[in-house]
Every structure is written in structure tokens, then in C-alpha cells.
Design a protein around this ligand. Sequence first.
Ligand code: MSP
Length: 541
Amino acid sequence: MAANSDSTGANARSSYYVTTPIYYVNDRPHLGHAYTTVAGDVLTRWHRQRGEKVWYLTGTDEHGQKIMRTAEAHGVSPQQWADQLVEEAWKPLWEHLEIANDDFIRTTEDRHTARVQEFVQDLYDKGEIYQGGYEGPYCVGCEEYKTPADLIDGEGEYAGQKLCPIHKKPVEMLKEENYFFKLSAYAPRLLELYASDPGFIQPESARNEVVRFVEQGLQDLSISRSTFDWGVQIPWDPKHVIYVWVDALLNYATAVGYGSDPAKFEQTFPADVHLVGKDILRFHAVIWPAMLMANGLPLPKKIAANGWLMVGGEKMSKSNLTGISPQQLTDHFGVDAYRYYFLRAIPFGTDGSFSWEDFSARYTSELANDFGNLASRVAAMVGKYFDGVLPAATAAGPAEKELADGLAKAVAEADDRIGEKLDFAGGIAAIFDFVKQVNGYLTTQEPWKVAKDTSEAGQARLATILYAAAESLRGIAVLLNPVMPRVSGLLWESLGAEPVLGALADQQVTEAARWGLLPAGVTVTKGDILFPRLEEKKQDV
Ligand code: MSP
């Protein structure tokens, strides 16, 4: 948990509020879940290093038929099943990946269920919910009624059956007396919202898909189920449980004090960014804002859809996993490289395939060679030529000015791309362009040759080059900290920066471009190698 959890409401400044989807606990987390959660964490840390107060929420979605059936199949109660997976798999993975979430909400907690009932009761009292019947194909994997046009024809073992296009499993025909939310009435207001705020749904392709979908007209939404009981009861008719998606979406409100802590709610809600996989975009960009409109609550500022991690041309899921867990990758590549790789390699919003070879190649060339070697070379030279005491730059010229400009450019570009546009790949690339520039600077300046010139001018030049390189690394550590906190911390330590500049996490990204922040005289040490050479190990994926 990060230290800035402040539920007192004492600080009137509102929080930048980031959420992940709450994940189904029918199984352990896989690479796809970790992808969204790491992205949210980088965004969170970036905004914290802008000096903003951030609230980062993740959690688990524990009701519904999918969880109930999994628990039954394992001979335990759904609650036992969820408790065990949350404690043994979900929370430990987020800790392992250094996810700095402020809260972890579980939909079976009282703080959630009681408020969900209140919300739904409010909608009922406002006449937004009515009783009716529904019959249609249902996908338990999606926990969603499908329209016949959504379905695809089964082949092989499923020949003659209609399948869910996402899960590639047969849908079930369901017929129920349900309660319905008047979603259809909100289509015009939703279209107005998408038109007035083109950045509401990101990326544009996702926005266009949602607009097209809503333009076709919306059906009212069945918000209760009566054929099973693993869910939150409808308060006025306890034979029904609330539809798991209505229950789940409300976590974004209940976790930040809806109905229980008005000051916290006021300060945090609505979300600045809901990060979601593109599979669940419609729930967030259509149903969720309509629910909020119906209850007179403010709307989120942005729904950002990430693409899918793919395996063999299909969305990576529990059933078609690579066989590789996040932990196996971190065992081999380390947590920092793991956090880096997926965000660097796949433009956010588009689908991408994971490849062991690509990961190894980027690890070696970008992380170990370009970045890690740079850090250790600079520390080694300050050690060798100046006994580890960073010298002052007394003979700076155009080459150093160019370097300072390069850092300023990287800061501006990365801040705009990561902080504003959620273009993680572009932002990280901008930082690494600067890493390359610093390498190029050293190649051109050849400090190892300058070192042989023992004249005063020669030594002043050597000092200036090494100062410039170390100062560049100072900027790089600040910019990479949100992405790779452990390794950036090691670099910060090796630069001797903490005693004079303070903790790395407190360094503002926007200030990182101020050339000359690292004072001469700090003790530079050659710390641990940032990215050790990879063991010879290869796996087929
Ligand atoms: N419980 C719902 C979400 C409710 S939010 C109010 C759900 N859970 S899920 O466990 O299926 O996880 C969904 C999210 O996990 C996706 O939206 C996405 O963010 C992430 N991913 C799961 N598989 C993924 C990939 N193969 N690739 C990228 N992200 C993936 O839906």
C-alpha cells in the first residue's frame, strides 16, 4: 500500500483517480490481467511524480455464476474459493509486481454490498427499474446476454451450436423474470456525451465502436437473476440477486466512500481514468455512465481500453494460456524488465503477442546494453578518475547544451505521452531515445581518451563530460522510476542522489529537466549491475 492513503478528506485537493477492472476470481491472475494492472501502476506513479495526489484502485469481482460454478466444481463455497485465491494468488502477485495500489476492493465485502443495494434501491425508487421477462442466449464466461447476431457457429465438438465469439464456448438459453434498468432511454444522452467529449473513450477505434453500437439503439438491461443466489440480493425482492456487472461496476463508487464517507467520495469520485480491456469496454462506456446518469452522479473522465495480449491469434485467457505465469517471466527477466517489456513492446490500445525471443532481445539491447551499461560505465569512470566524487562541470560547451536539451525534450515528450495520452510505448521510447543520446555523447567525447590529457584544460573537460553523463542519468532515473522502480532506485543510490535531492519517488517528472540538479561532490558508487546477463534459458510459447 502506498503511503498517501488519506481518507480523512482533510486535503481539499481532489485526487487523480485511476482504476483497473476488478478481476474475476475464478482462477489465478495471468499475463493479461497483469498487463492492465501494471499499466495502471505506471500511470499512478507518473502522476504521483507530477506532485498529484493519486488514488489507485484494483480488486476482485467475486459474485456471479462463473465463480459459483468454479467453486462448486472444486467442492468449496464460493466465498472460500474467493478468499483463498485473493490471499494466495491475487494480492501476492500485485505485491510481487510492485503495484502501489491504495486500496483493494472485493465485491463480497460489506462496505460494497450494502452500498450496491442502496444504489439499486435508489434507481428503483426513481422509477428507473421495472419488472419484465427475458429470454435469450447467455455467455457465462462474459456474464452477459448476447444478441443472436453476436454469436458464431460452432465447429468440431461444438458443431451445430452457437458460440460466444470471445470465449468460443456454447451459450446457454436463459429465460427469466427479471428486473430491468431503462438503459434504452439513455442512448441519446450517451451519444451526446461521446460527441461533446471525444477523449471520453480511448483509443479512437474503441470510441467509434461504442458510438456505432449505441447509434443502433440500446435495449433495456436485465439487472437481476433469480436462478442462483451467489450475489447481492435485490433489497425489495430478495429472491433475486443483482446482475454481477451492475454489482461490479459499482465498486468504483463504493470503494471511495459512496454512501459511507462523503468527504472521501467528493474528493475522489469520479474516476479520471478507468483502465479496461477492450472486451469490457461497452460495460464501462455505455452501462456505467448510464447508471450514473440515472442516479445523478458525476461521470468518469476517461475510459481507456487496452488491447489484448494474444496467443496463437486468440485473446490470452485462462483456457489458452501460454503456460507461462507472470512469476515465471519475472524469475527469468526480473520484475522491472517485466513491467517495462509489455508497455514498451505493445502500443497501448492495440493487440500484441508475447514472445520470449522479443522479450530477450529487448532485455539485452535496450535494458542491459543501452541503459544498464551506460549506468555502470559512468559510475566506473567517476570512480576511476575522480575517486567516486562527482566533479563539477567547469568546461561545458555546445555538446553539454545538446544533452541538456535532449533531456528536456525527453521529459516533455514522456510527460505528454505517458501522463496525458496513456501512450506508454511512445513515452518510454522518448526516454530511451535520450539514453541513446547519452551513449552517443560518450562515444563522441571519448572521456577515456580525454583522461590521458593531464593538463588542467584536459582534466576540466573530463570532469565536465562525466558530470554531464551523471546528470543525464539523474534525469533518466527520475523518468524511469514509474516504470521500473527497483532498478531506478538502485541507480539513484549509485548516483549518491538521495542524501542531497531526497527520495527518488519524490522527484517531480516536470522538474527532471532542470539541468544541474545533481550537485558536484556527491559520492558515486558502482552498485549492483542493473540488468544482469540472462541465463541461457529458453521456453517455447
Ligand atoms: N470482472 C470483470 C471486470 C469487472 S470491472 C467492473 C472481468 N474480469 S476479468 O477477470 O475477465 O478481467 C478482465 C480484464 O483483465 C480485461 O478487461 C483486461 O483489462 C484484463 N485482461 C484479461 N485478459 C487479457 C488479455 N489477454 N490481454 C489484455 N488484457 C487482458 O472482465
